[in-house]
Design a binder for this molecule. Structure first.
Ligand SMILES: Nc1nc2c(ncn2[C@@H]2O[C@H](COP(=O)(O)OP(=O)(O)OP(=O)(O)O)[C@@H](O)[C@H]2O)c(=O)[nH]1
Length: 345
């Protein structure tokens, strides 16, 4: 889906057109037995708006083959036809939706206040005219005008109520899209940023940051295969989750903690000096070394689990790839020199 054929343009329509889309989605969800979750909402919004041809084709062929729209199918549709194609467009949708909402609300508020002002002004004139008995004919005309103005104000009020409803629906849509975006950028196991979000964040930060003040830590769980082989994958997963919580705990609020892939994790540290980045990494390493994890069901200790960490500092002329390679090389050095270490690049 190219940018121009993404589903952004539908948000240029009036709130009533958007509300109409919303009304078409519900019966479709019911007819095809689709759960009303944010992922499906995004899929069927695109489908109804006919703005994403590859998605429309995929949905139509699923309908034709009478396939079930179960969770896996929805995630697959979402990943293939929405998320991968247009993650950036979500940002744009959010901005556009906000603009539409603001413009519509301000337009109707203006109309409403204008009508009220007119009403007030005529009423004042009416009072003045009450004192002039000779101007009976004119008074009647003015009273009619006042009536009309009042009715205009009532119409405006009704219109405002309708717009408020549309406004609410749009806000809800915006929140749902934000949720969809969050799903698209979050690692399911750990709740950290996923690889895609890591890549995007790193590229943005490298582009916008001053060298020397940005650091990157790459972290790998030592002999993780052994943990999996000895205790099974579920415990392996729990160890990854535990490491993720340690990283979140020790990283600063403005740092970006991510799961780079498998048992390799990362922290992008903008506005952070190398000494501080090293210290944070060392805190995580030593906290892990001191942890005594146990199996939940029989309290069997898992033994000492350690981490190897490589830390790199952004240098002038770096792009995200060269920055990442330096951090990865430092991690490799930590592994080669005995593991359970933090090595600066
Ligand atoms: N439980 C679990 N295991 C994973 C996951 N992703 C990757 N792995 C496993 O992680 C292991 C990584 O092993 P290796 O890359 O050989 O390295 P290692 O055993 O950690 O050894 P060193 O890195 O050399 O210390 C493999 O056995 C993968 O199957 C995951 O999400 N969950």
């Amino acid at each position: 889906m190219s940018k121009s054929s993404s589903f952004i343009p539908i948000y240029d329509f009036s709130p009533s057109v958007n509300a109409n889309y919303l009304k078409q989605i519900l019966p479709l969800l019911v007819r095809h037995n689709v759960a009303a979750n944010p992922i499906n909402y995004a899929i069927w919004y695109d489908y109804v708006a006919e703005s994403n041809s590859s998605l429309t084709r995929a949905v139509n062929s699923l309908i034709a083959e009478q396939k079930k729209f179960d969770y896996e199918t929805s995630v697959d549709l979402y990943k293939t036809h929405i998320c991968n194609a247009s993650l950036e467009s979500f940002e744009q949708i959010n901005r556009q939706l906000h603009k539409v909402i603001e413009q519509a609300t301000s337009a109707i508020n203006d109309t409403y206040h204008k009508a009220e002002e007119t009403n007030d002004s005529f009423q004042k004139k009416s009072v003045i005219l009450e004192n002039f008995s000779a101007s009976g004919g004119l008074k009647t005309v003015l009273q009619e005008i006042i009536q009309e103005t009042k009715s205009l104000a009532l119409t405006s009020q009704a219109m405002q109520a309708k717009l408020t409803d549309a406004n609410r629906e749009m806000e809800q849509l915006r929140e749902e899209l934000a949720q969809v975006k969050q799903i698209a950028t979050t690692d399911g196991l750990t709740g950290l940023l996923n690889r895609r979000a890591f890549d995007m964040t790193l590229a943005e930060i490298v582009e916008s940051s001053a060298p020397e003040m940005t650091c990157l830590s790459m972290l790998d769980i030592d002999h993780f295969k052994r943990i999996n082989d000895t205790y099974g994958h579920t415990i392996g997963d729990n160890v990854i989750k535990y490491v993720a919580t340690l990283m979140k705990k020790h990283a600063e609020d403005h740092h970006h903690v991510a799961r780079y892939g498998g048992e390799e994790l990362a922290i992008i540290m903008p506005n952070t000096r190398a000494e501080r980045a090293f210290q944070i990494s060392e805190n995580i390493r030593s906290a892990m070394e001191a942890s005594r994890l146990q199996r939940k069901n029989d309290n069997q200790p898992l033994g000492k689990i350690t981490l190897s960490i490589g830390v790199a500092r952004l240098q002038a002329g770096d792009d995200s790839e060269s920055f990442l390679v330096r951090a990865d090389n430092a991690l490799y050095q930590a592994k080669q020199s005995g593991r359970n270490k933090v090595v600066p690049s």
